[in-house]
Design a protein. Sequence first.
Length: 234
Amino acid sequence: MAASLQGKTALVTGGARRIGAAICRALAARGAVVAVHYHHSEAEAVALGRELANGTLTVRGDLSQPAEREWIFREAAEWLGRVDILVNNAAQFVRDGESDVAVLRAVNVTAPLELAARVSEQTTGGCVVHLLDAWVDGSEGEGYREYAASKRELADSLAAHAREWAPRVRVNGVAPGPALAPERQREAAGRVLLAERPTAEAVAHAVAFLAENEAITGQILYVDGGQHLMRRMF
């Protein structure tokens, strides 16, 4: 694979596992040096750092806490020299009523926006990719309305920041569909238009594409097997 991001640096929140780890691998495979943020998944983060082995940093922090958000970005920027690519992947995905709404919003909305603002303040500029959800198409997300609303709020900020921070900072979003079944849950994720569900690697490739392509800003790329199109049919 061509080193299209050679010389670039990246901070991936929630990067230790699942889609986050796939994103870290995809960026590193293209030559980027990655800071892997984690909260609880220390063993996975350390193992991933050893796997990538190209100067990878692992940084722990609770994104619901303002001081820790600040520390995460400062630690990454100091280690890497700058943050060229910010991928806001970390999120709370929980059923309605099973989480503190204030904490959910802090992790899913406030933290990504604050970290993105920090990228905009750098003299080098950069690229921000928000991990959203295919529910940002306006679907309520039955059973997960609070989560879906938080992702729509983040999506709604995207175009305004793309305009405000241009030309130095590009801001885009990737909206995955049922790439991975939620842990500890077995309910069906719904049908998709294509033959196969998207994989974590497909989501990661979409993130890397947006990081690479300097002509794209203000866009949301759905990686959901066409599921959002099926919802619009009814």
